[in-house]
Design a protein. Structure first.
Length: 103
């Protein structure tokens, strides 16, 4: 289940790492190694550092979030980049199909 991470306070630091699974095979006669990355299976990990949260009212939402995580049973989205990821217009046209020659 996808749960919502509290929005306040904002993380003071996020440390990203990636686990890129792969498979390596070594030739019996040539001893050459061939590596295949499993591109459909990478897992991103984030270590989030929060500023000090003081006061029962401010920490309540974070306590509820930790309980809702239920260990590794649920997941949540975390913002990796604060700016927009798509630049320009979203009005995309494909050349052909009676749409003209603009792209």
């Amino acid at each position: 289940m996808l749960i919502t991470i509290p929005s306040d306070p904002v993380a003071s630091d996020i440390d990203w790492t990636i686990d890129q699974p792969g498979q390596a095979n070594r030739g019996e006669f040539t001893a050459k190694r061939r590596v295949t990355l499993l591109s459909a299976a990478p897992r991103w990990f984030a270590k989030v550092t929060l500023p000090a949260i003081t006061g029962e009212d401010r920490v309540f939402e974070w306590r509820a979030f930790v309980v809702d995580c239920d260990g590794i049973a649920n997941s949540f989205r975390i913002i990796a980049c604060e700016r927009d990821q798509i630049a320009g217009s979203l009005d995309v046209r494909v050349k052909g199909a009676d749409q003209g020659d603009t792209c």
